[in-house]
Every structure is written in C-alpha cells, then in structure tokens.
Design a protein around this ligand. Structure first.
Ligand SMILES: C[S@@+](CC[C@H](N)C(=O)[O-])C[C@H]1O[C@@H](n2cnc3c(N)ncnc32)[C@H](O)[C@@H]1O
Length: 335
C-alpha cells in the first residue's frame, strides 16, 4: 500500500507550511506573499512568474468564505456547466473507486480558492484531497477530507512515490515557465494507472464556426497577441494549453492520453438557451479577465496601448456574435 508522505504521518502532512496551521497572516507577513500595484494585489513570491492579481475581485481574500462573485470561483461554476456537469474529464469515478483498506488520494495543483477541491470532496467524501498553492487563498476551514497546503509546484512534492491516485491541474500554465518539467514529478507521485487531468484556456480568440477571427474580431486578436508576447518576453511564460498532450507523450511516463477541446461561448449569441445563458455569464468573467490582464500589458512593450487593447477586446465580446474561448482538456494514465 502506498504511503502518503515521507514523515509517516497518517494524514500525509508535516507541521510546516500547512494552511490549517496558518491562523491569520500578520501585517508584517503580508509582503512575503502579496504586494500592491496600481490598486490591485499581486503575488510577491521570489521566482514565481504568475502575473494575475490575487485580490478579492480575481480570487478571494485569505480567511474569508469563498466569494461566489470572484472571477476564479465564477469560472469554476461555468466550466462545470461546459463539461456537462462534470468536475473533470476522464475516468475519475473508476480511478477513485473505493478499495477495501486503502485511502484514495487526489492532489490539485495551483488550487487557488480551492473551489474544485471543495466540490470534489463533497462528491467523494471517502477520498482524501490535497490542494496546493503558493499563496494562502483557500479557506482555512476545509471539510475533514481536505487539506490545503502552501507549496511551490516547481518544487518536489512532499508525497511518496506512487502515493496519489489522481493529480488535477487547472489553469496553471501561467504559474510555471516550463510545463514539461512538471510532468516527471507528477508521474512520480502518481500510482501506476493513476490519472492526470489538465484543463487550460487557450490564449487565442476563436470563432465558433471556424471563420477567420482576424476578419471578425481583429481587436480580440490584437489583445491576445499582446498578452502572449508580453507573458513570454517579460515572464518567460509560454502558451502551452494545446501542447500538453504532446508534452505528456514526450515525457514517456503516461499512456492512454486523451485530448478534447470545448468551446465556451462569449456572449448571448448561441441559439441553445443553456449555452446562451452560459455565454452571457462567461462574458462577465472575460471582461474581468481582460481588466486583470491590463496590469500584465502595462509591464511590457505594449504598455502605451494597454488601455486600448483591453477596451478593444471588451468592445468585441459585446458586439461580435460567435466569439468563443477554447478550453483544452487532456487526461492520461500513469504508465
Ligand atoms: C488561475 S488560478 C487557478 C486556480 C484553480 N486551479 C482553479 O482552476 O480554480 C492559478 C493559481 O496558481 C497559483 N500559483 C501560481 N504560481 C504557483 C506556484 N509556483 N505554485 C503553486 N501555485 C501557484 C496561483 O496562486 C493561483 O491560485
């Protein structure tokens, strides 16, 4: 039977860096994790390239109950609807099926507010969930089968080899410069046959009918071109969402790699009432995303045009029917 952790602790945890151990950040500890720029709150962790704000509007503030209106929590609900009510793609039920005498374990990377972990923990009350993030923004009062830990996912995990049944990573491509370098460590902690599930938004606009986005939504295209080049030039962050299946194959450690993309409508243009409602709500999230990205653009060679680029994209999400965001999912088994 796999052991959860080197320390031999039944829970798979040590005493340091655990969210349960963090009572409240004192004023002098806050700069260690967060810094304010232009009225928004950002990470201040040394080598971390993550560019988005971590404030209430984007996520939620540490110690508060999950804010259903924050962009990350709102996105979580919309993604679930896009995936047909599922929390993840792939054979999750099979992989997490109870085995007598064995504890199933799931690790969520860059867990953020913990919304995915918290919903999964309700659906699988006998499974143990670990959510790791570089800053303490998840609730300090998780249910008994959830543990939120502070951890930099570029570093080795504290779990034993083969101790984890499923690793989930959603919207983390801005957290790391080299996604491929993460895969051997994910493979190490997964048991044979364990499941890796990834879900990432593409950083390019697209039209639902496949028509030319340059002709239909040129300002959306300009916004994303500027975002991608600024992320790469200023932070070394690559746009890898559509390359993760290949990176999994190249690692040589995963089998049964299955990729699937989903189109999230932006705006109330779909005929189908459910998709129309989804698109209407998602457009609000996209507008918040564009405003969060303003800070990223201000940091690079597009700084002088940041406001125009953001406004151009926002104008088009309100005026161009057929715009979609592409959600890239992939799952794979540990070979
Ligand atoms: C866009 S959010 C996604 C949150 C969550 N996975 C979700 O889908 O709701 C990305 C998260 O990655 C975290 N992050 C950034 N760099 C990280 C690192 N080096 N290690 C761990 N987490 C990191 C951020 O703090 C943020 O919460």
């Amino acid at each position: 039977m796999p052991h959860p952790h080197d320390d031999g602790d039944e829970d798979g945890r040590s005493d340091s860096d655990m969210s349960e151990g963090i009572v409240e950040l004192s004023a002098d500890e806050i700069p260690e994790y967060f810094q304010e720029r232009g009225g928004r709150l950002f990470h201040s962790h040394g080598s971390c390239p993550y560019p988005l704000p971590v404030d209430a509007e984007e996520q939620q503030v540490s110690g508060t109950p999950p804010d259903p209106d924050s962009r990350q929590n709102g996105l979580h609900q919309l993604l679930r609807r896009l995936l047909g009510g599922e929390l993840a793609v792939g054979p999750v039920r099979e992989v997490l099926a109870a085995l007598p005498g064995e504890q199933r374990r799931v690790l969520d990377l860059g867990t953020g507010t913990g919304s995915w972990v918290l919903d999964m923990a309700r659906e699988y009350p006998d499974v143990r969930f670990y959510g790791v993030d570089i800053v303490p923004i998840a609730t300090r009062y998780p249910p008994r089968n959830v543990l939120f830990e502070m951890h930099d996912i570029k570093e080795q995990f504290r779990y034993d080899t083969g101790a984890i049944d499923m690793v989930h990573a959603r919207s983390v491509t801005m957290a790391i410069r080299d996604y491929g370098a993460l895969l051997p460590e994910i493979a190490r902690v997964l048991r044979r046959g364990g499941l890796f599930v990834s879900c990432e938004w593409g950083r390019r606009p697209a039209m639902a009918d496949g028509s030319d986005v340059a002709a239909r939504a040129p300002r959306a295209l300009a916004f994303f071109d500027a975002v991608r080049s600024t992320l790469l030039e200023r932070r070394g962050i690559q746009t890898v969402a559509d390359r993760i299946p290949q990176l999994l194959a190249d690692s040589g450690k995963f089998t049964h790699i299955v990729a699937r993309t989903y189109h999230m409508p932006i705006g109330d243009w779909p005929d189908n009432p459910e998709m129309r409602e989804l698109g209407r709500e998602y457009r609000e999230m996209v507008e918040l995303y564009a405003r969060s990205m303003r800070a990223v653009l201000l940091d690079g060679r597009w700084a002088a045009h940041a406001d125009d680029l953001v406004q151009g994209y926002i104008d088009e999400i309100w005026s161009v029917p057929g715009l979609v965001s592409i959600c890239h999912t992939v799952y794979a088994r540990r070979g």
